[in-house]
Write a protein that binds this ligand. Structure first.
Ligand SMILES: Nc1ncnc2c1ncn2[C@@H]1O[C@H](COP(=O)(O)OP(=O)(O)OP(=O)(O)O)[C@@H](O)[C@H]1O
Length: 221
């Protein structure tokens, strides 16, 4: 086992590599609750004919004399996305047709958000109910730094892979929903009641050896 692990990149190495790729491809890092609220406010404003506003973020520009030089740069206008066939224009213009093939564009308004259940490095995850079917799903909100083609294509690759993956141990991508916030999308997944982190940190204490073996084998399958 040790030899196998020695040859392959560890989970944390793989994870670090993915995080690096996301940074390089303009995913937006961190908690964007405030921005999300801003987005909702802006959507309301837009609905009222209130127009757009610029938001800015601190971006690392370089290191000078050992100190990080931060610059406030305008990132994007928040307002309604221009839509093409139900999808945001910036999305259809930057991904291959097959990425969205078979996906029916839904709006985030088709879901009732019930609770925020998790936070990824570049996303917030919500438990939500599909208003038409009543199904409980997980909405993973991914936001992009800008509408840079490479950031959208990076996400498109993720969608292509998720669409292909069909395995009982891999959570299924149900669809993609559009957001009221510009340059932002929801990936819609089956809702999982628990995950390995919750299982490991359960109040009953450490897992037994057979349980560890069970989870290990399932991860390898
Ligand atoms: N399908 C789901 N059902 C229930 N909870 C989920 C689901 N997907 C993610 N979560 C919750 O959200 C948390 C963060 O999600 P995830 O692990 O996918 O983030 P990540 O891979 O770090 O995301 P990012 O793409 O932003 O890097 C998970 O630890 C889990 O608690």
């Amino acid at each position: 086992m040790g030899c196998v692990q020695g040859k392959k990149a560890s989970y944390s190495q793989q994870r670090a590599h993915i995080e690096k790729l996301k940074v390089e491809n303009s995913y937006v890092r961190g908690d964007f609750n405030k921005s999300s609220r801003g987005g909702a406010d802006q959507a309301k404003k837009a609905a009222n004919g209130g127009g757009e506003r610029k938001i800015s973020r601190e971006s690392e520009r370089g290191i000078s004399g050992g100190r990080r030089v931060l610059e406030r740069v305008p990132v994007k206008n928040i307002g309604a996305d221009e839509m093409v066939d139900g999808w945001p224009k910036w999305l259809v213009e930057n991904v291959r047709r097959d990425v969205l093939a078979g996906l029916v564009p839904k709006s985030a308004d088709s879901y009732e958000k019930l609770a925020k259940v998790g936070r990824g490095t570049y996303s917030n995850v919500y438990k939500a109910r599909d208003k038409s079917s009543g199904k409980i799903v997980a909405l993973k909100k991914v936001r992009f730094d800008t509408s840079k083609p490479e950031s959208v294509r990076f996400m498109a690759r993720e969608i292509i892979m998720l669409k292909k993956l069909d395995h009982p141990n891999i959570i299924k991508l149900e669809g993609v929903a559009t957001s009221r916030m510009q340059f932002s999308l929801y990936l819609v997944f089956d809702f999982m009641q628990s995950d390995l982190t919750k299982v490991i940190s359960r109040p009953q204490g450490r897992l037994t050896e057979p349980q560890v073996e069970f989870f290990y084998l399932n991860m390898k399958l």
